[in-house]
Design a protein around this ligand. Structure first.
Ligand code: ATP
Length: 337
């Protein structure tokens, strides 16, 4: 549906992403267009994880240049922007505060409403926009999330999740410890394609939740024991993805949804797509995968969700626009679904 302001023009939102590695800025319109989407990723030194203060400094350095690029690319001028959205959580405190400060300053300067967005809901809404999925069972897999969720009575209900580390974290930490480059998911996917032998690894599904920390330790041990990296990557993917596919299939049978939507950075993985596709087929459901361009963190997910939230009257006063590093997906009331 195309929504318009009182003057009849489509609504326009400038969204700012800043939860982890990626600083992003994008402009979306209520016609469902992403007018511009500019992102920059902080890279930790080889062998190290993300350092929140360094990442915050990176985002602080790149956001002003991004704003100039957005204005240049937009050619409608900042006056055309109806609201400013920002990811207010979950994420790393110093990084979240950098994006929030930038968004607050812009909202005050332009005298436009400020819209707080839950980052994971951004992953779901951009995937829904790009694929056309309407009422899916969602599998959100990224560095910060491993959640199986379906919408009901105003909230995303979580039907399964990780009990410890996320799927993205499993892949990234394994890659880092194995001396592979960061982020590790795509590198592991490439190596796994060359794996020929399955090596036994712990498969841990508890109720409808998964647990990955024992799998990480075991995979690293198999590597240390002298198994080839290709075989370990192949086995790691098979076990980690099968665990999640089993839990997703159970949630699909329970919720009887007719769509499954795979989103988040790990959704780019062809083997995982393949497994989810196969359970969807078994249950007569349609499988949708977020396009690769929008699978990882981006300003686009925040700008588009900003449009949806703005149209539903979601706003926050600058003085009350706190960030929420531990905000859960199922705590957010969604008025637009
Ligand atoms: P969140 O979005 O929950 O805050 P994040 O910012 O770390 O977490 P994303 O940018 O959505 O997450 O995704 C990054 C993750 O995606 C990393 O863990 C990365 O290894 C993984 N990833 C990217 N490409 C692939 C791939 N082809 N196969 C598997 N994993 C992948």
């Amino acid at each position: 549906m195309i929504h318009r302001s009182a003057s009849g023009k489509a609504l326009v939102c400038l969204g700012i992403e800043s939860t982890a590695h990626t600083a992003g800025m994008a402009v979306a319109s209520s016609k469902g267009e992403i007018l511009t989407n500019v992102n920059a990723v902080y890279k930790a030194p080889m062998g190290q994880g993300i350092h929140p203060r360094e990442a915050a400094q990176h985002h602080c350095d790149v956001l002003p240049t991004m704003l100039r690029r957005v204005i240049y690319k937009l050619d409608i001028g900042l006056d055309a922007v109806d609201c400013i959205s920002f990811s207010s959580g979950p994420g790393l405190g110093p990084v979240l505060r950098t994006g929030a400060t930038f968004a607050r300053a812009l909202a005050l300067w332009l005298e436009k409403p400020l819209i707080p967005i839950h980052h994971a809901i951004g992953h779901i809404e951009i995937a829904s926009l790009m694929t056309g999925a309407e009422d899916p069972l969602v599998l959100l897999v990224s560095g910060g999330h491993t959640s199986i969720a379906a919408f009901g009575d105003g909230f995303w209900r979580v039907y399964g999740e990780t009990e410890d580390i996320t799927l993205g974290n499993l892949l990234d930490v394994f890659a880092r410890e194995a001396g592979l480059s960061f982020p590790g998911g795509a590198v592991i996917e490439d190596l796994a394609k060359k794996g020929r032998n399955y090596i036994e690894l712990p498969y841990v599904v508890k109720g409808n939740d998964v647990s990955y920390s024992g799998l990480l330790t075991a995979a690293l041990k198999r590597l240390k024991d002298g198994n080839g990296i290709e075989d370990v990557c192949f086995s790691l993917q098979e076990v980690a993805f099968s665990m999640l596919t089993e839990a997703t299939e159970r949630a699909l049978a329970h919720t009887e949804r007719k769509e499954v939507l795979l989103t988040g950075g790990v959704a780019a993985n062809a083997r995982l797509q393949n497994m989810i596709n196969s359970i969807a087929q078994d249950h007569g459901a349609e499988a949708y995968v977020v396009p690769k361009e929008y699978s990882g963190d981006s300003g686009a997910q925040i700008a588009w969700t900003g449009i949806l939230a703005f149209q539903s009257g979601v706003r926050v006063d600058v003085e009350r626009s706190f960030v929420k590093p531990k905000w859960r997906l199922d705590e957010v009331r969604i008025p637009w679904r």
